[in-house]
Design a protein around this ligand. Sequence first.
Ligand SMILES: [Zn+2]
Length: 479
Amino acid sequence: MAKKNKQFVEKVTAMEDDFAQWYTDVVKQADLVDYGPVRGSMIIRPEGYAIWENIRDILDAKIKETGHENMYFPLFIPESMLQKEKDHIEGFAPEVAWVTHGGDEALQERLVVRPTSEVLFAEHYAKIIHSYRDLPKLYNQWSNVVRWEKTTRPFLRSLEFLWQEGHTCHATEEDAAKETRQMLDVYASVFEDYMAIPVLKGKKTEKEKFAGASYTLTIESLMHDGKALQAGTSHHLGTGFAEAFDIRFSNEAGELQPVHQTSWGFTTRSIGAMIMVHGDNCGLVVPPKIAAKQVMIVPVAQHKEGVLDKAYQLKEQLGSIARVDIDASDKMPGWKFNEYEMKGVPIRLEIGPKDIEKGQAVLVRRDTGEKLFTPIDELETAIPELLEDIQRSLFEKAMKHREEKTSVATTMEEFKNSLEQNPGFIKAMWCGDQQCEDQIKEETTATSRCIPFEQEKVADTCVCCQKQAKELVYWAKAY
Ligand SMILES: [Zn+2]
């Protein structure tokens, strides 16, 4: 059995040796995805899709609680419609997929497979919004989008991914600003309170903002290898799309005015973040609140009389307090232990003849490996407490990691040294000039991640040009 276990673990490259390979191995071994027939596309397997469904349900409830309604738009966009907003098309043109034929016939006008749906919503809003009484309009859609990426990785960057995109219209600039911030806070809550991933909230620089937006708000998270990942964005679109698509309303004074818009998106990329923040060399570690299965019962010596009966009885009994499953297959317990460690199930519950004799079960935490011998009649209180504790310690561990991996730099030399010696976030002052941003990227490959809402002054001068600094920026190499 020992030999078998070893082989199983060897399928995953150690993260210290090659983090990218570790990620690919875990995604595959935990059975989250398979590769699709077209390069860069992915098949999301049940184990992966169940996690997405949990995240989606949590976020969908919050979207509805904040007054939004779900709807659905078509997949294709006529080329001429995408051309209407110039910055937008320029931003997306390099990565759109085109449809040129319907059956055997060449189309009169090429179609785009949606890379995002701003223009579809805009065209629709122009039709349905006339008066201030029609505002605000708060719509959201859950869908797939296609972006023809050159380099791809499952969840992180794939040709097609799943997401939600919210698109709203407001009477005033301030209302749109409030909405933009509200939805960023919703995203931050999903990451922090459910996925146990701490995020930095802030604003993107002009260079990094969404194509066609007035400004973009972002939440940024730090992965285990010290690289940042943009976890979700919320855009204030201003009146750009409203002008281009003629979305106007008459205000109370009867004057015709363009609406102020927002859009915001949250994608299956979040699963990539979960893997890279919590995972270890034994595989996935899934936070209890989004785990498909929270407790996996593994009967030990299940051929012995009474073991399976007891195991099924526990599944029944605990089913109302947690998402519980049982593996009663004839595979060896050691194989099962590894399997559910790989899949990141938060708690393993072992039950064998000796345990039954003692009236106990063995609870094993996925995050720490700690074994807890627990009386059977205390399981109903012990399990929810343990799940909560795992959830909390995953967040704390991730927060500690981020703090350890955050450095301050006041000169380019410090900047480069930090990136080399302790890769992670770098806090440095910036003059606000894009030239410095470009130069930092060129010299270090780090990009500006966000201008945090919580500003600090770590120096008086720009880390790059040493002129008067305007604001603090978080920088990092990023996915
Ligand atoms: Zn500068």
